[in-house]
Design a protein around this ligand. Structure first.
Ligand code: BGC
Length: 499
């Protein structure tokens, strides 16, 4: 294989920059949806129309702070999207290989636009849920194709930063959604329709973008279109001589083609380490509790005794912190390394969650609310939590699974990362409000325990991949790791319980 970390010549042309930014709108679509649901489910007009019982309970909130939003159907509104995304991400991985990345991105935006239309126009609950499912298919297609697209068209030396562009746009999407909700919360009675319908805007930009962007050279070569592949490579590298890199793509594709069934190969012994890492990072990412905050920030802040407006404003503040801190990651990831960022974040997230849990446990009873100072402290703690997530588990949960698989299992392995993200996002979205009702402040201790586990996992099991060329991961990383190297020795026992 040609690649041993060789750096090929390239310029960052206006066209390639446009390709990165247009594709990253897929992240914005995903983020917008993460951010919009919480605000919408806190709006009275929306609740009266679709969830009158929840609204009734909210009016009598004084009866129980922690349980006013606990309703399975209401949670299904938020979480059905992720179920649809989970199922569709496998279809999306097929679409990516058969049709290419570009048409898959086009399909993602088309589904999303349809989702926005149905959701905004909904008069019945089933239409609302149908809208969510269409949104979900859009997210499944987008999240599979966009990071793959960005990785494939990025020059190797900028791959980390370009990949994190996706996460940056996710955070921008969440922020924009919070701002939109802030604006529409006083727009009666159809503010919620505006919030849901505006999702069509980033999707529309992505739709137009998908017509402008190039297909990736790898995808073209993979589908036998070698001449077009070379033209595309010249265009995105901005130089005429791309022979060496093109040769590498041809070799990598030939190598990958030898593996007829990448999903089968994924369950072979030597694929276990990257597969465990990819799935665990996504599962842990969700068990930080980030989406309990992202989806339900306005609802959570209302639980803490903030008024509707103030709670949306607090969600805007956390959204801003989320975007700003993602930049830290873009600059630090290739200098400090992945492990340091993840471990530092574990400490900061743990302290924040424990402190929030303690304040709520001591000061927020089932009735009544927090006093202003304590409520402000909780908002600050939520910010320190979100900040550390944003420069670590957020972007690295996507980056590491995309860089640790060898070429032949990369797309199949990444599909597992995407679907693990979706299933655990679904679980958190579906369970959080009930957990809040039953565990009350202890929910923050629940997440703290997970943060401890994931810190230990990083210390012992996560290898450092900073600066390692993507095609020499097996030799340089996996075969050198004290635990994972056992999966590569020929004489290792067939059943591999680790001592
Ligand atoms: C996660 C999302 C989360 C977002 C927050 C992403 O990396 O996958 O679940 O809501 O970060 O910024």
């Amino acid at each position: 294989m040609a690649s041993k970390g060789e750096v090929f010549k390239s310029k960052i042309t206006v066209y390639v920059l446009a390709c990165w930014l247009l594709a990253a709108f897929g992240g914005l679509m995903f983020g917008y949806d993460i951010g919009i649901s919480g605000g919408v489910t806190g709006m009275d007009d929306f609740l009266i129309k679709f969830f009158p019982k929840v609204h009734e309970r909210k009016l009598h909130a004084a009866e129980n702070n922690y349980c006013k939003y606990d309703d399975q159907m209401l949670q299904l509104f938020t979480s059905s999207l992720y179920l649809a995304a989970l199922v569709s991400s496998f279809g999306a991985s097929k679409a990516c290989s058969i049709l290419g990345r570009k048409p898959t991105i086009f399909l993602a935006s088309a589904f999303f636009i349809a989702g926005a239309a149905f959701s905004a126009a909904a008069e019945q609950k089933w239409v609302l849920i149908l809208g969510r499912i269409l949104f979900g298919i859009g997210v499944g297609f987008g999240n599979e194709a966009v990071p793959l697209f960005l990785t494939e068209i990025a020059p190797a030396q900028h791959r980390g930063a370009v990949n994190i562009l996706f996460q940056l746009f996710v955070t921008i999407g969440i922020l924009v959604a919070n701002l939109v909700n802030y604006g529409t919360s006083n727009m009666h009675p159809n503010g919620w329709r505006v919030s849901l319908g505006l999702a069509a805007i980033p999707a529309f930009v992505l739709l137009i973008g998908s017509l402008i962007i190039t297909e990736t050279p790898s995808s073209l070569v993979e589908r036998g279109k070698e001449t077009q592949g070379k033209v595309a490579l010249k265009k995105i590298r901005g130089v005429d001589n791309v022979d060496a890199e093109f040769q590498q793509i041809i070799l990598a594709c030939e190598q990958a083609k030898k593996v007829q069934k990448p999903f089968k190969k994924l369950f072979k012994r030597e694929s276990t380490p990257p597969l465990i890492i990819a799935i665990s990072l996504q599962v842990f990412q969700q068990f930080t509790g980030i989406n309990a905050i992202m989806f339900y920030a306005p609802v959570l802040f209302q639980t803490l005794g903030f008024k509707s407006d103030a709670s949306l404003l607090s969600a805007v503040i956390t959204g801003l912190v989320n975007v700003g801190s993602t930049f830290v990651s873009i600059f630090a990831v290739d200098k400090a390394g992945r492990r340091k960022l993840l471990l530092q974040a574990c400490v900061q997230m743990l302290i924040s969650q424990l402190a929030i849990g303690w304040i709520l446990h001591v000061h927020l009873k089932e009735t009544g609310s927090l006093d202003r100072t304590l409520a402000a402290i909780v908002v600050i703690l939520v910010c320190t939590f979100v900040m550390s997530f944003a420069w670590s588990w957020g972007p690295l949960g996507w980056l590491i699974p995309s860089e640790t698989f060898p070429m032949e299992t990369r797309t199949a392995g990444f599909a597992f990362a995407v679907s693990s993200n979706m299933i655990f996002t679904f679980i958190i979205a579906q369970a959080f409000l009930s957990m809040l009702c039953h565990l009350q402040a202890y929910i923050f201790f629940f997440f703290s325990a997970w943060i401890l586990v994931m810190g230990i996992f990083v210390v012992f099991l996560l290898p450092e991949t900073k600066g390692v060329p993507i095609d020499s991961m097996v030799e340089t990383v996996w075969k050198q790791h004290p635990v994972w190297k056992k999966f590569f020795t020929d004489e290792a026992p067939k059943s591999y319980e680790m001592a």
